[in-house]
Design a protein around this ligand. Structure first.
Ligand code: G1P
Length: 298
């Protein structure tokens, strides 16, 4: 039987340079989709999957992110006095209990693998754990991480979220070499981080959700820098296979938005606005107008 997964690591130390100048003062993880910060989507997804402890790997300049998780008693009082219970509920749903959230710092930008390694002392020696990259926002009926943990409880080992991408896009991802497939679960024979064009073992890409065996943390202490000269999480997971342990790629049910890119962020904004009951009609009407106007002009 697998041990319950109750901790998730959120690597949020990145500089977010693709969103400059906004990220000069706003951590990209608290940029919003409609009205909710990116990081809140990841936290809601984690809670639905049974995660109880949230570990953030931050860096200099992420103060606003830490503040976001504080309670806002003054604001709560003022909403209470005005009888704005709807807003009060929204606000309270984002509160974190003291001790439920931990922060550790990545002191140097040495890669995703290094960021996860920075949280090693907060994970027990026999404890499987999740990693969630808040840039990857996944819209799904059932939380993507919940789907994965359910599958992981059957398989054990380590599991990464996986999705087919266009062959020319594989160079931006970790890519899986698949041995065999059963339903949504792929038995993985190898993994390559950001393979050069034309060299990818498949077009099944790793998406930012992981359920990992504690040995991956040990591997992170010994692996050498990989793609881009950085310590890669992909390489530490691939090491599991070399050491005779199992790694699975889980093809989740849901739609993933790459909110680390401007195009993906805008697509997510449109999708979430269109699925918001308060905005849907007005926004769809507006989009129709924009598209018709453009077509008429062409
Ligand atoms: C990271 C991982 C990569 C994964 C991707 C998913 O890359 O290193 O394996 O495919 O996230 O979003 P990054 O996007 O940080 O370059």
């Amino acid at each position: 039987m697998t041990r319950k997964v109750t901790k998730a690591i959120f690597p949020v130390a990145g500089l977010g340079t693709r969103f400059l100048p906004a990220t000069k003062s706003v951590p990209k993880e608290i940029m919003t989709l409609v009205d909710k910060p990116l990081v809140q989507y990841a936290i809601d997804e984690a809670r639905e999957a049974g995660i109880k402890e949230f570990i953030f790997v931050t860096s200099r300049g992420k103060g606003a992110l830490e503040d976001y998780f504080d309670k806002a008693p003054q604001l709560e009082r003022s909403l209470e006095e005005k009888g704005k219970t709807d807003l009060l509920d929204i606000l309270k749903a984002t509160n974190m209990e003291s001790g439920e959230i931990a922060y550790t710092r990545q002191h140097e930008a040495l890669g995703l693998g290094h960021a996860v390694w920075c949280a090693r002392r907060l994970i027990g020696p026999d404890e499987p754990f999740a990693v969630m990259l808040p840039d990857d926002v996944i819209a799904s009926e059932k939380s993507c991480l919940a789907q994965m943990i359910e599958a992981y409880e059957e398989t054990g080992g380590s599991m990464v979220a996986a999705m087919e991408v266009a062959p020319e896009a594989t160079k931006s991802y970790g890519v899986l070499d698949v041995k065999s497939t059963k339903g949504r679960v792929n038995d993985v024979a190898g993994m390559v981080e950001k393979p050069a064009l034309g060299t990818a073992p498949s077009n099944l890409a790793v998406i930012g959700r992981y359920v990992l065996a504690p040995t991956v943390l040990e591997n992170l202490s010994t692996i050498k820098p990989g793609a881009g000269g950085e310590l890669q999480l992909t390489d530490a997971i691939a090491q599991e296979i070399t050491d005779g342990r199992k790694v699975y790629g889980f093809e989740f049910d849901g739609r993933r938005y790459d909110c680390g890119s401007k195009a993906g962020y805008l697509q997510a904004t449109v999708a979430f606005a269109l699925s918001n009951p308060e905005l849907r009609d007005e926004f769809a009407h507006y989009l129709d107008g924009v598209i018709n106007h453009k077509m008429a002009a062409e």
